[in-house]
Design a protein around this ligand. Structure first.
Ligand code: HEC
Ligand code: HEC
Ligand code: HEC
Length: 186
């Protein structure tokens, strides 16, 4: 079952990759600046290489040198924020506060994979409720038909994961983190 799902996933990635005019940068690892990668702003496929600003901006691999990384070599932004290495401004003028919510949602339609824990706390430390509710997710447990292929195609979790947050193809265990046997789930 797991093996079948993996094959299906791989095919989804390959097919969507072949159909797109260009393979998404995150499939090539690029803007995640994996350990040892030194992709310059001008070459990251995101910034306009003809704009002069690409020569002024600090290179990400300099700015993020030494930041903690997860098991797939991707910068662990949750740890970066928690440890105070960065202190993002809360609003344009910096005069607002965040109002984090601290509760988890467990997704259980995961085939033979471990269940998925969606934690509100690390999300709402840099996102407002309105970033997700109601446009990406109706705020109701089980109220959204989330599937892995939809995520890989950039919906639901994939609106951010694969773009500004760790990609859905590279670190299954960071989302699928709850053992199916865990008693806590009943
Ligand atoms: C960003 C979080 C995230 C990551 C990373 C992630 N998944 Fe998922 N996955 C989900 C969510 C959410 C569901 C939907 C569960 C539900 O609806 O109950 C899901 C569902 C699934 C399912 C159930 C069948 C389906 O298609 O929905 C499988 C199998 C699966 N994931 C495999 C994987 C594999 C393999 C990886 C790594 C290559 C992975 N997932 C990485 C969040 C993630
Ligand atoms: C990054 C996206 C995201 C953000 C930001 C977010 N949520 Fe959620 N929220 C979710 C997801 C995903 C679910 C589960 C939906 C599902 O099960 O289909 C959820 C579910 C909920 C639920 C339903 C709980 C239940 O048991 O039915 C409530 C209430 C909720 N969120 C409130 C909030 C509030 C308040 C904030 C802001 C402080 C917030 N959320 C921010 C993604 C988010
Ligand atoms: C609106 C944007 C957004 C959406 C939608 C979103 N995430 Fe995230 N998520 C983030 C950001 C930003 C981070 C922190 C950056 C990183 O770790 O790469 C994060 C981090 C995480 C983490 C790491 C938490 C930790 O403590 O290390 C998990 C797990 C996660 N998301 C799961 C999910 C799942 C599952 C969904 C869908 C049900 C989802 N996210 C939807 C933006 C989002």
């Amino acid at each position: 079952m797991l093996r079948l799902s993996l094959v299906f996933l791989l095919m989804t990635v390959l097919v969507s990759g072949a159909m797109a005019t260009e393979v998404p940068v995150w499939i090539r690892g690029q803007h995640f600046q994996l350990r040892g990668e030194e992709v310059r702003v001008a070459d990251d496929g995101i910034h306009d290489p003809t704009n002069d600003a690409v020569n002024v901006l600090q290179q990400p691999f300099e700015a993020m040198k030494g930041f903690p990384r997860d098991g797939q070599n991707i910068i662990n932004w949750v740890e970066v924020l928690d440890s105070g290495l960065i202190n993002p401004r809360k609003s344009l003028l910096g005069d607002e506060e965040m109002f984090p919510a601290d509760f988890d949602i467990i997704f259980k339609n995961t085939g033979s994979m471990p269940y998925v824990r969606f934690p509100h706390r690390p999300h709402t430390e840099w996102l407002t409720c309105l970033n997700c509710h109601p446009s990406i997710f109706l705020p109701q447990k089980g109220g959204n038909p989330v599937t892995m292929s939809a995520i890989i195609q950039g919906e639901y979790c994939g609106v951010c994961h694969g773009k500004v947050a760790f990609p859905p193809t590279m670190n299954c265990g960071r989302c699928h983190s709850v053992s199916r046997e865990s008693g806590f789930l009943r």
